[in-house]
Design a protein around this ligand. Structure first.
Ligand code: ATP
Length: 240
């Protein structure tokens, strides 16, 4: 873990109505790092990302670059530079690829900078560049996931939250997607928290990982340490 954390989650408790899902989650992520969150279905991984982006309200325990995010609206948190790509992607299907991308810049002003970012983001996603005028609903699953990530990048995020980016995608497409996430992380210095069922892929790009079970972190370490853990190997990597 980082000595000088960019994102600090401290004793985070969150849930829905009376049902508590996260029972005191603590972790840190250093600036420019990729952090993977692994764990079984229902562990609370999505709820953790929702708490970070304000979609689930929490009372305290989330700091980004020293500023408390807890209790703020999703819109305010987006303005602080947190972009959330939810499971299911949240793409506006009847709109074109370009319109979807421009929506990602909703909290920003300055058309010139937005145009330049659109151009820059298309260099990461050549498949989108050639389809800018196409409606999003006509894209393949992989292209839609690229669009969702591209739209999040239009916010110029300091923190990118990715929920199950590989869901429903073919292995080749997923590999390409993760390669692009790594490239964005390296070139833009965007800090990334990725929730992922495909532990192989996530550990392939992450520096650190945490295993969440029943709303609690049960294991934290470097990607190598987590990969070498006997139980993780059995439960999430499909060997030993
Ligand atoms: P999965 O991989 O299946 O998405 P997860 O680790 O992301 O699992 P969450 O989606 O955070 O887990 O769900 C954790 C718990 O919270 C589950 O018991 C789930 O049923 C419950 N839950 C999730 N969303 C809601 C909601 N909107 N209202 C009530 N309960 C919810």
């Amino acid at each position: 873990m980082s000595d000088n954390p960019f994102l600090t989650v401290a004793d985070l408790r969150a849930g829905y109505g009376g049902a508590q899902v996260l029972h005191g989650v603590s972790l840190t992520v250093g600036q420019g790092e990729i952090c993977a969150i692994l764990g079984p279905n229902g562990a609370g991984k999505t709820t953790l990302l929702r708490a970070l982006s304000g979609m689930v309200r929490v009372r305290g325990g989330v700091r980004l670059d020293g500023a408390e995010l807890a209790g703020r609206s999703p819109d305010t948190i987006a303005r602080q530079g947190v972009a959330h790509v939810p499971e299911g992607r949240g793409t506006f299907m009847p709109l074109t690829v370009e319109e979807n991308l421009r929506l990602g810049a909703f909290v920003r002003r300055g058309r010139g900078a937005v145009d330049a970012d659109l151009e820059r983001i298309c260099t990461y996603f050549p498949a989108l560049k050639s389809r800018l005028a196409q409606v999003a609903g006509s894209l393949s699953g992989g292209e839609q996931q690229m669009l969702a990530i591209g739209r999040a990048l239009m916010l110029r995020p300091r923190l990118l939250l990715l929920d199950e980016p590989s869901l429903g995608l073919a292995p080749m497409v997923t590999q390409e997607l993760f390669r692009i996430v790594r490239a964005v992380n390296e070139e833009e210095r965007t800090t990334v928290v990725v929730v992922e069922q495909n532990a192989h892929l996530a550990l392939g790009i992450a520096q650190h990982a945490h295993v969440l079970e029943s709303g609690r972190i049960v294991l934290s370490g470097s990607a190598e340490q987590i990969r070498a853990d006997e139980q993780v190997a059995q439960s999430y990597l499909g060997y030993r």
